[in-house]
Design a protein around this ligand. Structure first.
Ligand code: 5GP
Ligand code: MN
Length: 341
């Protein structure tokens, strides 16, 4: 079950047996799993006597800002030089919830140049080999569950308290869409059971993440559903959101999270996509979701400069929205057989 060899575990145990300066980095545009795993690990390391700091590549949604330890998170984009000092003087850098260093955006270079021992904990497909120690397991539902197993391997489960538990619970809950995606296993439920036994309140976390919708977000969801298209011949649904539509509904980071899943809930849909016109970066940000064997990690890698998991991935396009949709629908013809099998 644990995919790191014994000698690596012993090395890391030894490394962390004396107080270290540790930096923990989630991926850019951090989601619940990225922040939950980073904060869970950070709180644990602090409790162990390390000086640990989470540096996020950029801002993240409001609904994650109640997480324990959130107030001490540094935003690299906002505090560039402080971040770079902390990174260059770190003894250890953990990179969490991503498999390729450029997924942490502009932080790639300072991390690459840092002398710190690098440790990756991640569950995405085809991990790169930039880290000194790689704990990668593509069969894990979330990086947050992996952090739990990491603490277990350090023989420190007794360090997990409610705060750490809340952070890890959040990451597991969000990455499994509340314990229903295929990689949710009996072990996931055992980990969750342990966290609940510690005193983590599941309804409180659910409310904080899912029941804090703004009026604008719900209206944007309505707009997205109105724009939903179904290509029955390809068992594919897709949603578009233009910059104008986002502006009209007062779009804020995180507002479109989960929209793509509605497309996949359509009867007969095996592949779902959402195309979002991104103002700041001047790109179309794409999310893909699939059911069964259709591999959206490969699809995103091969055609849209992205990647992720077999059934959930993301990517981007530098074409305009209309041309991106044409590219997508034309591509589907290559996959017709696979999508209808
Ligand atoms: P989302 O659609 O929620 O943004 O991302 C779905 C999954 O794919 C997440 O696990 C995310 O980390 C991953 N992902 C999203 N965009 C990219 C990308 O551009 N490159 C890679 N390698 N993974 C991505
Ligand atoms: Mn994840």
């Amino acid at each position: 079950m644990f995919s790191m060899d014994t000698s690596s575990i012993l090395d890391i145990k030894k490394l962390l047996s004396t107080s270290k300066k540790v930096v923990i980095v989630p991926h850019k545009n951090p989601d619940g799993d990225a922040m939950g795993s980073a904060l869970g690990l950070c709180l644990y390391l602090k409790k162990k006597g390390h000086i640990a700091t989470v540096i996020a590549p950029n801002d993240y949604p409001e609904f994650l800002k109640w997480l324990p330890g959130n107030d001490e998170v540094i935003n690299y984009e906002m505090e560039n030089s402080i971040s770079e000092n902390i990174i260059s003087s770190a003894d250890v850098i953990f990179t969490l919830d991503f498999n390729i260093l450029h997924r942490c955006g502009e932080m790639e270079t300072p991390i690459k140049n840092a002398n710190a021992v690098k440790i990756m904990i991640d569950h995405h497909q085809e991990p790169d080999s930039y880290a000194d120690y790689t704990y990668s397991d593509v069969n894990m539902c979330s990086t947050s569950q992996m952090v739990y197993h990491f603490i277990e391997k350090m023989e420190d489960l007794n360090y997990i308290d409610i705060a750490i538990g809340e952070a890890l619970y959040t990451g597991i809950m969000t990455d499994t869409a509340s314990f229903r995606f295929p990689l949710t296993t009996s072990i996931t439920h055992k980990v969750i059971a342990q966290l609940i036994e510690l005193g983590v309140q599941k309804s409180k976390i659910h409310d904080a993440i899912y029941d804090t919708n703004s009026f604008g977000r719900l209206q944007l969801l309505g707009c997205a559903m109105n724009n939903l298209q179904f290509l029955e011949n390809y068992s594919t649904s897709y949603i578009t959101l233009t910059k104008k539509e986002l502006d009209y509904h007062g779009f804020k980071k995180g507002d479109t999270e989960g929209f793509v899943n509605y497309g996949l809930s359509l009867k007969g849909a095996k592949l779902a996509a959402i195309f979002i016109e991104h103002k700041q970066e001047g790109i179309i940000k794409i999310s893909f979701r699939s059911k069964g064997d259709f591999d959206v990690n490969k699809f995103a890698r091969n055609h849209f400069k992205g990647g992720g998991h077999k059934n959930a991935s993301g990517g981007r396009s530098n074409l305009n929205l209309e041309d991106t949709i044409s590219k997508f629908t034309n591509l589907l013809t290559e996959y017709e057989l696979e999508l209808n099998s």
